[in-house]
Design a protein around this ligand. Structure first.
Ligand code: ADE
Length: 231
């Protein structure tokens, strides 16, 4: 049995995270492989309007999320060994390697910014030696070169990619082994199942041959041709 991974997110839209109760991730929660806790940032405000943002110093468009509110929300979550993930289009690009690294963590905390992002002092504060000496690491992460309305969907992407790597989550762990044997982990060959002919298109003959060596060679070639085309 694998160690339990705790996954938490702080957001002004907790409902964005309801898909985590479905499918693989829902099952991983039932099996107690992961524990998910979503926190409403607005519950840490103390004014009548539940204000979470203000105008940026130096001027410019948009609003910036208040460090005081974020500090209140994050302080209690920063236990030793936490990986704090701040979602931002300016972050380091998320990829399979990063997913594998996060999959070794005991505790992931996702800070979901909206508007023009979170006051940068939040990142600076939790990156200080006081936290790094407790094995708390801060990661600014982007899921791609486009701008989303906020970090919620980006968090879901990362949670899904990480959770499926945890022992016991995927029914057939061989599929993870096969992925990792592909040079980039995700350069897949095309797949076919029944029937042998569909709408006049037949399954490549080689796959029916039973010759596993030749099949493996064919798949490698197909995967690299597909990568060339799509890359
Ligand atoms: N917030 C807005 N856009 C984002 C992106 N591309 N990745 C992560 N967080 C974001």
């Amino acid at each position: 049995m694998s160690a339990l991974m705790k996954i938490e997110a702080v957001t002004i839209f907790p409902d964005y995270f309801s898909p985590l109760n479905l499918s693989l991730i829902g099952k991983a929660q039932s099996a107690e492989i992961i524990e998910v806790k979503i926190h409403d940032l607005r519950s840490f405000t103390d004014d009548n309007h539940n204000t979470v943002d203000d105008t940026p110093y130096g001027g410019g468009a948009g609003m910036v999320m208040l460090p005081e509110i974020w500090g209140r929300a994050l302080d209690p979550l920063m236990v030793d060994g936490t990986d704090l993930i701040i979602l931002t289009p300016a972050g380091k690009r998320f990829d399979q390697k990063m997913a594998e690294k996060f999959a070794t963590s005991e505790h992931l905390v996702f800070a979901c910014g909206r508007y023009e992002g979170i006051d940068d002092r939040v990142r600076i504060h939790y990156s200080s030696p006081e936290y790094s000496s407790r094995n708390i690491r801060v990661h600014e992460v982007s899921i791609g070169d486009y701008v989303l309305g906020g970090g919620e969907v980006a968090s879901l992407v990362i949670i899904e990619a990480v959770t499926r790597l945890l022992p016991g989550v995927i029914g057939n762990p061989q599929s993870l082994v096969e992925e990792s044997h592909n040079t980039e982990g995700y350069l897949e060959y095309p797949n076919f199942t029944k029937p042998q002919e569909w709408r006049g298109i037949t399954v490549p003959e080689i796959l029916l041959s039973g010759n596993h060596g030749e099949i493996a060679k064919w798949r490698t070639l197909q995967a690299s041709e597909r990568a060339k085309e799509n890359g």
